[in-house]
Design a protein around this ligand. Structure first.
Ligand code: F6P
Length: 534
């Protein structure tokens, strides 16, 4: 299945990307695709027409189209957990039927959305209050997918916020809950406990701390708690009234869950209408993904670029670099989405993966990263494929000149990565500064940029709720396509379990109640050191 792509990869090994522009005047448009105002430019990669053909054929051979239909139509494609994968149903605002085991799930989805909207409207209008009056602050307690999506969205859409302030607690480190709650007034705060399973130790521990904090001032703390979960049995034990429990089904994976109840804090902050616009943006991307031919299909192309850089060319990491301060948590969000989904070395059938799993995803917003780690991206020995995101406009018309500077920096970085600077060019610069002889040569060498470093750019007019929905859905489907091509299950996460089990077993060791028989010397020594200094 991979032979043609690998051959194309070998042929591209010494290819000069900039020469591809010289031989194809239309490369910039020919190696780009646009949907609904979202532009994906992948022309600054070494993919040429033959490589693209091989990659598209790979997607065909991997049966991406069939698997895509299986996902959208509710088949249990999460085979290791026996579950369907239907986060797309949460944003299917048209309500068209989505069947799971012969039952349409849409009435339930739309009913929960309506309940969330009614609650949000009531709270935002001052109908639902705390003991001390209107709710001014909302605290979402959750971790992983029950935290990263809402936080990312809350920051991304700050220009659209007109509701209560939202705060997020994830870490079991008591510092997190202490610092977040310290400035808040329990009498006007709503606590949302967000956990698909409602058993995650970090979330339950933080929720108990928040309950105790609230109980110091509020007579009936449960009345200022809401729960988001697919485990109604556990939420009832907390005594949270059913009207503030928003449920979802097991066919919504944690890292794909911000579209439903887990997005409640975002809805409270921006309001139901803008939250719907966010859902609609994603639904539009779903329709595009489901119907556009692969050569114009943004998620498919984005996935194929990812496969090209990671599995074919061997670049282990992928940097996500939003030139959008409000997307500063997007890299963290994508870390979970991509690495928890595709960081697996066993194929669906249990055999060992015969190539690299998904890449290491990391990043920071530009321009900040430029003054920190871009040095390595430009001149280090490793190649880091970069993914730039940038909006044509900002939300601050009075600071339009700053936005221009931001855009110029973004474009300049991808240009610099592509073009580089040759030794001759560096020598000329040094000579102009008056250097000569060996010193000119030595200094010039430090100023050489190898160039020919790949990047893609995702551009959009303005970061609106709809744009954010399109971007996040684009990445979700990219992960799906990459997973199908690798033959893995992108929807389980067994790799997080071992650490959880060992942490539980270590608690008594740390307390000195258990000698920790069978544990390695380092772990025992560290536990001993902690006991001695604790
Ligand atoms: O441990 C990993 C994980 O299960 C993630 O997949 C999930 O997003 C996170 O923990 C939180 O899980 P929950 O929403 O059930 O608390």
């Amino acid at each position: 299945m991979w032979d043609d792509v690998m051959r194309a990869g070998a042929a591209a090994e010494d290819r000069s990307i900039i020469d591809l522009f010289a031989t194809d005047a239309d490369r910039a448009s020919g190696f780009a695709a646009e949907f609904d105002g979202l532009l994906l430019d992948y022309s600054k990669t070494s993919i040429d027409a033959a490589a693209r053909e091989a990659l598209l054929a790979l997607a065909d051979k991997a049966k991406v189209a069939e698997r895509r239909e299986a996902m959208f139509s509710g088949e249990k494609i999460n085979e290791t957990e026996g579950r369907a994968v239907l986060h797309t149903a949460l944003r299917n605002l048209s309500g068209s039927p989505v069947m799971v085991e012969g039952k349409d799930v849409m009435p339930g989805v739309l009913d929960t959305l309506a309940r969330m909207e009614a609650f949000a409207a009531d709270l935002r209008d001052g109908g639902f209050t705390g003991q001390g009056g209107a709710i001014t602050d909302v605290v979402n307690i959750g971790i992983g997918g029950s935290d990263l999506g809402p936080v990312m969205g809350y920051i991304a859409l700050s220009p659209y916020r007109d509701g209560p302030r939202c705060h997020y607690i994830a870490n079991v480190d008591g510092a997190h809950v202490a610092d977040v709650l310290a400035p808040l007034d329990p009498e006007t705060t709503l606590i949302i406990v967000a956990s698909k399973t409602f058993t995650t130790i970090e979330t339950m521990t933080n929720a108990r701390a928040a309950w105790a904090w609230m109980a110091e001032k509020v007579k009936t703390p449960g009345e200022q708690f809401a729960a988001l979960s697919s485990n109604p049995g556990e939420t009832t034990k907390w005594g949270i009234a059913p009207e503030r429990v928003f449920g979802f089904e097991d066919w919504v994976g944690g890292r794909y869950s911000m579209w439903g109840p887990i997005g409640l804090s975002l809805m409270l902050a921006i309001g139901p209408d803008d939250f719907r616009a966010f859902l609609q943006g994603a639904a539009d991307m779903d329709a595009h993904f489901r119907s556009a031919p692969f050569e114009r299909n943004l998620p498919v192309l984005l996935a194929l670029v990812g496969i090209w850089h990671n599995q074919v060319q061997g670049h282990a990491t992928r940097a996500v670099l939003p030139y959008e301060q409000r997307l500063r948590r997007l890299p963290a969000y994508l870390q979970q989405l991509e690495m928890e989904s595709n960081g697996k070395s066993v194929a669906m059938d249990g055999s060992a993966l015969d190539m690299q799993s998904g890449p290491i995803v990391w990043g920071e917003p530009g321009t900040n990263g430029q003054h920190a780690f871009y040095q390595l991206i430009h001149q280090g020995t490793r190649v880091v494929p970069c993914e730039f995101l940038v909006g044509a406009q900002g939300h601050e018309p009075e600071l339009a000149h700053q936005h221009e500077l931001l855009v110029a920096n973004c474009l300049a970085q991808s240009e610099a990565l592509l073009r580089g600077r040759s030794l001759d060019e560096a020598r000329a610069i040094m000579a102009a500064k008056g250097l000569t002889g060996d010193e000119l040569d030595r200094q010039a060498r430090h100023r050489v940029f190898p160039g020919n470093r790949p990047s893609i750019t995702i551009a959009y007019p303005l970061l609106t709720p709809g744009t954010l929905g399109r971007i996040v859905a684009l990445y979700e489907h990219r992960v799906f396509v990459e997973g199908v091509i690798l033959g893995i299950n992108s929807y389980d996460q067994w790799g997080v379990e071992l650490g959880k089990e060992l942490a539980l077993a270590l608690e008594p060791v740390l307390k000195g109640e258990d000698p920790g028989k069978g544990k390695d010397g380092s772990t025992l020594a560290l536990a001993g050191w902690m006991r001695a200094h604790g």
